[in-house]
Write a protein that binds this ligand. Structure first.
Ligand code: FE
Length: 285
């Protein structure tokens, strides 16, 4: 099969309020289940007004998922109930596997008045929902950059491009996470495993992912691809920057309430019972 993946859907990120009052844009979330399986949610918290993000995300629990924070500007201060604390700085990524449970806070901090990044949620299959929590914390310098001669630069956070493998490893959904910048009027092609879900989220410039070059897209457009062995992107005059994700679908029932995603409502009830009676944390990260 040599067919390039078609553009199946284009969605526009929509404004919403999360945490203690953070105004952000959501590319997809619980309303879109199961279209983006194994991915559950993508939040875009690029913002120019401090009041949009300073309320932050005070103490909250997670179970059954992984959360991936990738910062472009500013930083997020992170602290959890087990004493693990750190900062995700511009250009860095934190891949947090909540597994059986983590209780943490995430507080955006501007640098030179600027703040912006993305949080992706990746589902865990039933077999791994209660795995031990873990972090993969990757600095900007640890993320390899691949330059392709005809005008594309790719930051490889997770997955492989041209024999360069990103630093985030051993993730259950076998995901790719790329930050792709395409020069003006240039063309990019990338292989994708067949049967894997593939999506792109535009973060600058404009262009098209349609192999027939229709469907122009711009900042804050989300593209879901049909199946096939590769995707293509063509930039227009301003060039084009997008995040690209692919992953192996889990194909399991999703029971989702707030920051906890399990397979059944009974498992959700149990999680919230445990959070209330203090038995939520099973294992220190
Ligand atoms: Fe969180």
């Amino acid at each position: 099969m040599t067919q390039v993946r078609a553009v199946e859907r284009i969605l526009r990120a929509y404004p919403t309020i999360e945490g203690a009052g953070v105004r952000l844009h959501r590319a997809f979330g619980s309303y879109e289940v199961p279209q983006f399986d194994p991915f559950l949610m993508l939040d875009d918290f690029r913002a120019s007004r401090p009041e949009d993000y300073l309320p932050g995300f005070p103490t909250h629990p997670h179970r059954g998922i992984e959360t991936v924070t990738y910062m472009l500007k500013g930083s997020v201060e992170h602290a959890d109930s087990m004493g693990h604390a750190g900062k995700v700085n511009a250009g860095a990524v934190q891949w947090m596997t909540a597994g059986s449970g983590i209780v943490h806070s995430e507080m955006p901090k501007p640098v030179n008045g600027q703040m912006g990044g993305f949080q992706l949620w990746v589902n865990l299959p039933q077999s791994h929902k209660m795995m031990d929590p873990r972090y993969q914390e990757i600095t900007r310098k640890q993320i390899p950059e691949v330059s392709i001669p005809d005008g594309t630069t790719i930051k490889v956070l997770c997955g492989s491009v041209a024999d360069v493998t990103g630093p985030v490893r051993d993730i259950v959904a076998d995901p790719e996470y790329l930050d792709v910048s395409v020069d003006p009027d240039a063309f990019f092609s990338h292989p994708v495993k067949e049967g894997y879900t593939a999506l792109a989220y535009v973060i600058g410039g404009d262009g098209t992912f349609d192999p027939r070059e229709g469907h122009p897209v711009m900042n804050r457009d989300l593209i879901l691809f049909g199946d096939g062995p590769s995707i293509t992107a063509r930039s227009f005059k301003k060039g084009f920057r997008f995040l690209f994700f692919s992953g192996k679908p889990i194909h399991e029932p999703v029971a989702w309430w707030g920051p906890i995603v399990m397979n059944t409502t009974e498992e959700l009830r149990q999680a919230f019972r445990e959070y209330q009676d203090g038995t939520f944390i099973k294992k220190k990260a």
